[in-house]
Design a protein around this ligand. Structure first.
Ligand code: 9WN
Length: 439
């Protein structure tokens, strides 16, 4: 039933070559959403999963950046704020796009898509594009420590996380009265505030006015973003090897990113963002700080410390991962990234726990399934009551549940695609997955 419903959502949100995150709230293609959707779609339609990623990279810029939104020209400009008129820029393909990016989880997605149904043509097509994406980050967004920075909260994917309260406070808000569309679809107390939006707009406008080249008042190294950047190198090493290319440069890059994160972003049981302008560590209680568990070479003592924090501060024994620690004063169980549980964030931490603490990983898998069983494929969930918030029929909630079920099983039915069939150990049997899921 869950599987059929998840596929129904993905089919309803399919736009011919990619999936919109939500028909009404987000009616275009979003960058990291498409990566998560590809991970889930690989379980029932690897063809769609490949199309999802290739279509996104069709809007890649010449400098390698993958814009966070590729706009659908058939959707009116006013359907989403800020729309193509605001960003005022086109990719070489001719598509109108935004000019900022999102966490680079795409190489991870591409590798999982390949494992689900090996396709060396796909891998050879996507590999240089993924390398260019990393190159953009390393050159345009690199710091002297070997980490990369983001220039807008939207680039973190966790837009109004309390981790951004301090750096945003120094951003001069733009003129009041931005024409928000989000609150026409979702209750205002589940979304960022108007003041947040005035600051988001001011920052995006300032960046746009430099030709999308120079960071403005917001310039931070985010642990989730940097963990994704490091994991991308781990995945690129696997992709390079599968393409008959040298994986070593990617292994070295991954090791250097992990070491830089440990040295510059870790403190007291959690990774934190660092304000590049001041050099100050922005100590917060954001679950972004647990995502480095994804890095395979994270030192064991640090991994154990993160797991300790996941248990004590984020209370994951309850089976859910709040986006912000419940004991912190800024925690809000219903407002966007200030506390609710999100399936994509939980999926990332679940992946990081699977080898290290399978018992806790299983709790999170059960919790993700419980949330969608109780409330449907909502955008986010109260971490304690599992009440759904934000929009319904949200694509990555549906897609990632397909992946969780394939890996973890459902109601006593065993998993059909564990660790993507033990990292493609038995790739020949993968054709079964799609048919099985739809049966
Ligand atoms: C701005 C699409 C996106 C997600 C982000 C989420 C939200 C957009 C918004 O929706 O951000 O990019 O309008 O609030 O925060 O993670 O990619 O689902």
């Amino acid at each position: 039933m869950i599987v059929r419903e998840a596929v129904r959502v993905l089919v309803a949100n399919w736009d011919g070559s990619y999936t919109v995150p939500s028909r009404r709230l987000y009616p275009h293609q979003w960058s990291w959403d498409s990566a998560f959707v590809a991970i889930g779609s690989a379980r029932w339609s690897p063809r769609r999963a490949r199309s999802e990623l290739l279509s996104l990279f069709g809007s890649q810029w010449r400098d390698g950046r993958v814009p966070h939104i590729a706009f659908n020209p058939e959707v009116p400009d006013g359907a989403y704020y800020p729309g193509p008129g605001f960003w005022d820029v086109r990719a070489p393909s001719g598509s109108a796009t935004s000019g900022i990016v999102q966490p680079p989880v795409h190489a991870l997605a591409a590798w999982r898509v390949h494992l689900a149904e090996p396709d060396s043509r796909f891998l050879r097509r996507i590999y240089p594009r993924l390398v260019a994406q990393q190159h953009f980050l390393r050159t345009a967004r690199g710091s002297e420590h070997g980490l990369v920075h983001i220039v807008h909260p939207w680039e973190s994917g966790m837009d109004n996380s309390p981790a951004w309260d301090a750096p945003l406070a120094s951003v001069q808000p733009g003129p009041a009265g931005v024409t928000r569309r989000d609150v026409a679809h979702v209750s205002a107390d589940e979304r960022p505030t108007d003041l947040d939006y005035e600051r988001y707009t001011a920052l995006a406008r300032a960046y746009r006015d430099t030709g999308y080249r120079r960071a403005g008042a917001f310039c931070v190294e985010d642990p989730l973003f940097n963990a994704a950047y490091g994991v991308a190198e781990v995945s690129l090493a696997k992709i390079a090897k599968a393409c008959g290319l040298d994986p070593e440069p990617h292994h070295r890059a991954a090791a250097a990113i992990t070491a830089a994160m440990v040295e510059h972003l870790y403190d007291d049981g959690l990774f934190h963002a660092r304000d590049v302008r001041t050099g100050i560590l922005l100590r917060s209680h954001s679950a972004a700080g647990l995502v480095p568990l994804l890095l395979p070479d994270l030192p064991r003592d640090l991994a154990n410390a993160l797991i300790g924090s996941a248990l004590d501060r984020f209370e994951i024994r309850e089976g859910t991962l709040p986006s912000y620690a419940p004991g912190a004063p800024e925690f809000d169980p219903a407002r966007y990234w200030r506390g609710p549980s999100w399936i994509n964030l939980t999926w990332l931490v679940w992946q990081g726990l699977r080898h290290r603490r399978p018992d806790l990983a299983d709790l999170l898998a059960d919790g993700m399934i419980a949330a969608v069983s109780q409330s449907g494929f909502r955008e986010y969930f109260d971490p304690f009551t599992l009440r759904g918030h934000g929009c319904g029929d949200f694509s990555w909630s549906a897609a990632l549940i397909l992946d969780v079920i394939a890996e973890h099983g459902l109601n006593g039915v065993p998993a059909t695609g564990g660790q993507i069939r033990q990292e493609a150990g038995s790739l020949g049997e993968q054709g079964e997955i799609g048919d099985h899921v739809l049966a």
